[in-house]
Design a protein around this ligand. Structure first.
Ligand SMILES: [Zn+2]
Length: 307
């Protein structure tokens, strides 16, 4: 059954929602704060299967609802995604008029709005009334990794779907189940945007680049010399490169903590400065990356001098 393939951090949320649905206590408007890199799409698909199948052991996998879902052609499921950068008012109007008719298969209806923060103002306003007075047996799930960008009027009408337990241990376990070599690639899951994103990147060159950068930054921190390949990589992939450095420094900080409080403090400051630099990169189009790498390594050498 597909839901059993969900990773641990999604399974708990899924089980809670299905239990609420069985008790007929599931809210009609729901908000899921989760990125696709952490598995939002998989969770939404599992919820769809669980909600639409009307068998006791839902999702049974062989009833008409299940078969329609397997063929991606269930007429009572509506997935809305941004048209370009925005979810436009016409998309929402079209949805509302579809919901005004009765359910085609006679069961529940499900609306999923992915990247809901992309609803433009007119679309968000058009959706409000539907969220407030939902049709019977119709569930609307808004999904966003940045729900803070949604209007407060939308958020206040939705019940949140909580996802917890997104810790390294279950992520490691799940990635290994998916065939990822944790020692070699697992460390980079945060940098690429989450464990699901790591699977996407697994076949690409990005992970190789990150692994080379990790080695090059480690050498640079140890001997104080930035090699040409590292400077080149940083110029080409500044975000990835600085995140690798941040990962190395955070790991070092975690290993120090109690033994060297002064060094821990300095290193903590250095990491937060690095984070600010990282945030400002997009506003600095003419940055000299060779100079930046050298400055970072020099500052690191100075703060760790004598330790
Ligand atoms: Zn079924």
């Amino acid at each position: 059954m597909a839901s059993s393939q969900l990773p641990a951090w999604l399974q708990t949320s899924y089980n809670e929602l299905m239990a609420q649905a069985q008790r007929q206590q599931l809210a009609h408007a729901l908000l899921l704060q989760l990125s696709d890199g952490l598995g939002a799409h998989d969770l939404l698909k599992a919820i769809e299967r669980g909600l639409m199948c009307r068998q006791v052991d839902a999702p049974c996998g062989h009833c008409k609802d299940c078969r329609l879902l397997q063929a991606s052609s269930h007429p009572d499921c509506y997935w809305i995604a941004a048209d370009g950068n925005q979810i436009k008012v016409d998309q929402i109007r079209e949805l509302i008029s579809a919901l005004a008719t009765t359910s085609q298969q006679g069961g529940s209806r499900l609306v999923v709005i992915e990247q809901a923060h992309r609803l433009n103002n007119a679309a968000a306003n058009a959706l409000l009334k539907t969220l407030e007075e939902p049709n019977e047996n119709c569930f609307i799930i808004l999904c966003s990794d940045t729900p803070g960008l949604l209007p407060a009027t939308i958020i206040s009408r939705c019940q949140r779907i909580n996802v917890s337990g997104i810790d390294e241990a279950p992520i490691k376990h799940w990635l290994e189940q998916q065939g990822v070599d944790w020692q070699q690639h697992g460390w980079a899951y945060r940098i690429v945007g989450g464990p699901y994103a790591l699977l996407d990147a697994n076949t690409g060159e990005r992970l190789q680049g990150l692994a080379s950068a990790r080695l090059a930054w480690r050498n640079a921190l140890a001997n104080g010399i930035v090699d040409a390949n590292l400077a080149k990589y940083t110029a080409e992939h500044p975000q990835d490169s600085l995140q690798v450095l941040d990962w190395l420094l955070s790991k070092k900080l975690a290993s120090l903590k109690t033994q060297q409080p002064l060094l821990s403090l300095k290193l903590g400051d250095f990491i937060s400065q690095l984070w600010h630099t990282h945030q400002k990169l997009s506003q600095m189009p003419t940055i000299n990356y060779v100079a930046l790498c050298n400055r970072l390594v020099l500052e690191y050498k100075q703060l760790t001098k004598g330790n």
